[in-house]
Design a protein around this ligand. Structure first.
Ligand code: ADP
Ligand code: ZN
Length: 702
């Protein structure tokens, strides 16, 4: 049996497994059930794709993300792996054909929706030799999870219908409660559990108290400019907000697309395609966007509104920086969003759980300690140091005696008889001349204008802190009016003092007022080469009608830029270059790199034999090598025969069969004079096979 390692290199072009992958694969091929918890981008797919190639028959991958299945199938095919998708989003005759092909043993991986698997399970169990069932997004089975899908609970029958077939459950988001639930709900049999680290240290974290609409746009524009070759996502709370953001960014001259559930499937597909291909710099999306997108050069994610729970937040920021290079996550936070989310929670089916999850999210947003520690401890991961890559680590908050500030706000609240919400209180403190302030006579209050020394943003931040500290409570049932608590009353009477965190003014750094749509930056040589390679990739992906990342990922291009491979051998060592892609694209990419390096397009003489040996030893068969190098099979054989004669170990069984060998040896023993002719004419053995057999004989008798 081929080793997992060899499969990884041959099909995916990677030379080593990531943490956990090998253990999971080994457990699976030895027949064990597995539970895989890895963050987005952790490399879950490999965990079932490699076993699928190692095991006989076919592996089933259950995923609720129908929209992405065809992409995943295309990506597998691009690596030379026969895969199909079965779901309700494509014509039924295609589904039938895919089932038929699978039953004939032509397919290694079937991606299928849970509904379809359940409805066809008897048919599939009887017609298809299934060796593994992988259940992706497995947290959907748990009522404790943030994305419970009732259809998932029926997947319990998988263990019953496919006896002795290992089941792998995978998820990127699960708190402790959900984790336990998954294994039980699926009926996994004493599963091997792997929990990868959820740490994504390359993503810098930042939460900003509402900087206002204009500044938000500036910050986003700043990110687009900073990463103008790459792309980012702005997550918004609603379709309307998504569209407004998209329009604002388009108006500013950025290449933006919009993505939400209100668009037609075709519009969504187009948006996704534009994003994946790099035609769009930014996608403004509701949460529906991005699950499973294998786009490794997302450099930043902005949450324009607070997500409803930590799981969603972590999953969404996790789409950035999958290639491990630095990425940025910024979340804008305002109290209004929390209120809006609260109303969603009230309306949701699982009020209590969702409410707790939202509380935690809010605490995260308001936290003044290291944010990564909060996140990782949420996923039950121990972290004993501050990360140094979040806003709180970079800018530890200073505290000040906020007693007087608090007293001003408290007394304003008391003077309006707890009949106003936060915004009006701030307006009173800041002496706004808004019509209703005047008409209500608030301008005659003693506290009117008492807070003029602070900006509205500062007031927002401080009142929020006062709410968190328990000086006020918010009357959710009564138009969100602020009310002083007993603790607040003690502060206003001067019986207690309080500390507030100093307001941190948002730093807008290099963002200009007047923006230049695409800054003309002088590119470093590396960036120049990167652009050249990206252009070539785009040309190829356009002509083959596949997504750019299916040709090569950014991480792979980046390694090409760093290592500058100028021959097939060094090119084949680049991570992400598997056999099929080496054959299909190697020559073109090497040619571009050679040109960039000022080398002749063709390779220097003498490297050819060496190259053949290296390719052969890396597992490529002679036919593939001949295709790749554009030489005849006979030439490939002659190279290998030369190496054998020089004493290099050659796996002769990959050049000729035992029978061929025996036949050649015997024929030469009987009639050395005419052997060649007899073999060639009488037995139709090609001359290069005859020579290989002779070389093998020399090698054996040495
Ligand atoms: P997940 O499903 O966990 O979000 P993926 O399976 O999509 O993550 O993997 C994320 C990225 O990492 C993909 O581009 C994938 O090709 C790459 N990857 C996975 N395993 C390896 C590995 N062993 N070496 C290098 N890259 C890998
Ligand atoms: Zn930190």
């Amino acid at each position: 049996m081929t080793s997992p390692q060899a499969i990884l290199k041959k099909y995916f072009g990677y030379s080593s497994f990531r943490n956990g992958q090998e253990e999971i694969i080994n457990a699976t091929i030895s027949g064990k059930d597995t539970l895989v918890l890895m963050p987005t981008g952790g490399g879950k797919s490999i965990c079932y794709q490699v076993p699928a190639l190692l095991l006989p028959g076919c592996s089933i991958v259950v995923s609720p993300l129908i929209a992405l299945m065809n992409d995943q199938v295309l990506a597998l095919k691009a690596n030379g792996i026969p895969a199909v998708a079965i779901h309700s989003n494509q014509d039924e005759y295609i589904n039938q054909d895919n089932l038929y092909k699978s039953s004939k043993g032509e397919i290694k991986l079937i991606y299928i929706s849970p509904e379809r698997l359940i409805s066809d399970i008897d048919l599939i169990a009887s017609k298809i030799k299934v060796s593994l069932v992988a259940i992706d997004e497995a947290h959907c089975i748990s009522q404790w999870g943030h994305d419970f899908r009732p259809v998932y609970t029926s997947l319990r029958c998988v263990k019953e219908k496919f006896c002795n077939v290992p089941v792998m459950a995978l998820t990127a988001t699960a708190d402790r409660l959900t984790r336990n639930d998954i294994a039980i709900a699926l009926g996994l049999d004493n599963p091997y559990c792997w929990t990868g680290s959820f740490d994504r240290p390359n993503i810098s974290l930042r939460v900003m108290n509402d900087p206002g609409k204009k500044q938000r746009l500036k910050i986003i524009a700043g990110l687009i400019n900073k990463y103008h070759l790459d792309s980012g996502i702005v997550y918004c709370l609603s379709r309307k907000k998504t569209e407004a953001m998209h329009e604002a960014l388009s108006d500013m001259g950025y290449r933006s697309v919009c993505y939400h559930a209100g668009l037609s499937p075709q519009q969504r597909e187009e948006a996704q395609k534009a994003f994946v291909n790099g035609d769009a710099q930014v996608v403004c999306a509701t949460i529906a966007f991005g699950m499973g997108i294998d786009k490794s050069n997302i450099r930043w994610v902005v949450h324009n509104n607070i997500p409803g729970n930590i799981e969603s937040y972590y999953q969404e920021i996790g789409r950035a920086g999958r290639d491990g290079l630095p990425a940025e996550a910024i979340m804008f936070y305002n109290f209004g969003d929390i209120l809006m989310r609260r109303s969603f929670v009230e309306a949701s089916g699982q009020k209590e759980i969702n409410s707790e999850k939202l509380d935690f999210m809010q605490k995260f947003a308001e936290a003044t300690v290291c944010r990564r520690r909060i996140l990782l401890s949420y996923f039950s991961e121990e972290i004993t140091h501050d990360c140094g890559n979040c806003d709180n680590c970079r800018n530890p908050r200073k505290k000040f005696d906020g007693t007087i500030t608090a007293q001003k706000a408290l007394s304003a609240v008391i003077r309006v008889n707890s009949g106003e919400s936060m915004n009006t209180i701030v307006d009173i403190l800041r002496a706004s001349t808004r019509a209703d302030i005047i008409s209500k006579g608030y301008h005659q209050l003693k506290t009117y204008g008492a807070g003029r020394d602070l900006t509205p943003l500062e007031w927002n931040s401080y009142i929020l802190q006062m709410i968190q500290l328990g000086l006020f409570e918010v009357a959710y049932e009564d138009n969100f009016h602020l009310r002083p608590t007993p603790y607040g009353m003690r502060v206003v009477k001067g019986l207690e003092r309080i500390q507030l965190s100093t307001f941190e003014k948002p730093v807008f750094g290099a963002i200009n007022k007047k923006r230049e749509p695409e800054p003309v930056v002088s590119l470093s040589p590396d960036e120049q080469l990167m652009e050249i390679l990206k252009k070539l990739r785009k040309k190829i992906s356009d002509s083959q009608n596949i997504a750019a990342y299916m040709v090569f990922s950014d991480a792979t291009l980046k390694e090409m830029v760093e290592k500058r491979p100028v021959d097939i051998e060094s090119f084949s060592r680049i991570s992400g270059v598997g056999e099929v892609k080496l054959t299909k694209y190697g020559k073109d990419f090497i040619a571009e790199i050679r040109k960039f390096e000022g080398l002749k397009r063709s390779m220097p003489a003498g490297t050819s034999q060496k190259e053949t040996l290296i390719l052969f030893n890396s597992g490529m068969n002679p036919e593939k090598i001949s295709e790749l190098k554009n030489v005849t099979v006979s030439t490939v054989y002659s190279h290998l025969v030369q190496w054998a004669d020089e004493g290099k170990m050659i796996e002769f069984r990959r050049l000729l069969t035992e029978e061929e060998y025996n036949l050649v040896v015997k024929t030469f023993e009987k009639d050395p004079e005419n052997a060649f002719r007899i073999l060639a004419d009488g037995h139709h053995i090609p001359s290069y096979i005859i020579r290989a057999a002779q070389a093998e004989q020399r090698f054996r008798t040495k």
